[in-house]
Design a protein around this ligand. Structure first.
Ligand SMILES: Nc1ncnc2c1ncn2[C@@H]1O[C@H](COP(=O)(O)OP(=O)(O)OP(=O)(O)O)[C@@H](O)[C@H]1O
Ligand SMILES: [Mg+2]
Length: 369
């Protein structure tokens, strides 16, 4: 009774990180006990809306799912951190003339306009100044510019409020991954390519010595695999989705040989379709690496960190490792927690999809420090 009252007067500071994707909703909440971070809750809620469900109805159904999950798990958090990505946000690393924060705020929309492919009236603009620099003898500053479509932000806020939570942070998927990376790699080394391969979007970040250099979203992800598989095997995308999860890629000569010997037509077709999509993804990712190198970087990517649902595609690590010729690691977003039972009991294939939600929940923790 008294504990309840105290909770109401001093609500728990814990923040629920909620990653609302097109395929699933991911939930992560940490709490601090004796200065140590503990996993308090996690959730993976698959979404399967029919295409004709109106967006408003979708949002309310998602909110209801979140509410039900938190109630079932007995999580009494008040605040949420959510994120946006894909074509509702643009992130650009830019050079601006050297200005004070006040001057920049006054002129931001003018300075930002050339970098933003949307109508400037439809976006919320934010700019973080990174450092001062000199370009052709002129004082400049490196900055990161974020333009988020107002409508996309409003949609996420509506879901959070309808779920009975207060939105505290609106982040960008890639920044949430950066927050997670800082936890996973307190002493960053080399140049890391992070790929979060979801259903509609792949979030790409190139992080060099712990500093993000390139952020980009690519629209090749799980749905593209489903489309390619269903085209080749003449099946529904939903059947292709199941095949994608159960079959994976044939990478080595032995694997290919064994599939031929076993007359495994289905396995060969799934692998062929998925390999085609991965080649497209490889081309796009290579363009971003080339862009990064063209900015004067000394070293290319030395490691790939993979997350999102598609990180579970059979043999994807082996495939990317042989294409990019660097080691590939599949992210366990809770590896920094050690042997905490709640984290260790999460199914292995769920872990990489929880990365953005973990980064969102950590972002808040970081802000408190
Ligand atoms: N075991 C598996 N093997 C292959 N693909 C898988 C596996 N499990 C999930 N996926 C795929 O991962 C994708 C969903 O990933 P995720 O949950 O990260 O997406 P999302 O965040 O909802 O999407 P987005 O952010 O792009 O809107 C789906 O295409 C799903 O089929
Ligand atoms: Mg996602």
């Amino acid at each position: 009774m008294i504990a309840d009252l105290i909770k109401r007067i001093f609500p728990p500071k814990d923040v629920v990180g909620i990653d609302i994707g097109s395929y699933s909703v991911k939930i992560v909440c940490f709490t601090e006990e004796k200065k140590e971070l503990k996993l308090k809750d996690w959730g993976y809620i698959p979404l399967s809306f029919k295409p004709d469900v109106p967006p408003e109805e979708r949002r309310l159904a998602i909110a209801q799912e979140i509410r039900t999950h938190l109630k079932k798990k007995g999580v009494s958090a008040r605040y949420a951190a959510v994120s946006i990505s894909g074509n509702s946000v643009i992130v650009r690393y830019v050079k601006f003339p050297k200005l004070t924060r006040k001057e920049l705020d006054l002129t931001l929309s003018v300075e930002a306009e050339p970098f933003i492919p949307f109508d400037i009236k439809d976006v919320d603009l934010t700019c973080y100044i990174l450092n001062d620099t000199i370009e052709e003898g002129q004082p400049k500053m490196d900055a990161v510019l974020v333009a988020a479509k107002k409508e996309a932000v409003a949609d996420k806020l509506e879901i959070v409020s309808a779920a009975g939570l207060e939105p505290l942070v609106i982040d960008v998927d890639s920044f949430a991954l950066e927050t997670l990376y800082e936890r996973l790699q307190p002493k960053p080394e080399g140049t890391v390519l992070m790929l979060n391969i979801g259903h509609k979007t792949t979030n790409l970040s190139i992080v060099s010595q712990g500093v993000t250099r390139v952020v980009r979203d690519i629209f090749i992800a799980g749905a593209a695999f489903d489309k390619a598989i269903s085209k080749l095997l003449k099946t529904e995308p939903s059947v292709a989705d199941v095949l994608k999860k159960s079959r994976g890629l044939l990478v080595t000569d032995e694997e290919k040989q064994a599939a031929v010997s076993d007359y495994d037509r289905e396995g060969i077709a799934v692998s062929k379709a998925a390999t085609g999509v991965l080649h497209d993804l490889y081309t796009e990712v290579s363009r971003s690496i080339d862009f990064y190198l063209s900015q004067g970087a000394e070293n290319s990517v030395s490691r790939i960190m993979l997350c999102g649902g598609v990180a579970n595609l059979g043999n994807i690590g082996k495939f990317l490792s042989s294409e990019f010729k660097v080691p590939v690691e599949i992210i366990d977003p809770f590896s920094f927690l050690g042997e905490q039972p709640m984290a260790r009991n999460i199914p292995r294939e769920t872990l990489p999809a929880l990365s953005v939600a973990a980064g969102l929940a950590l972002r808040r923790m970081k802000d408190w420090e």
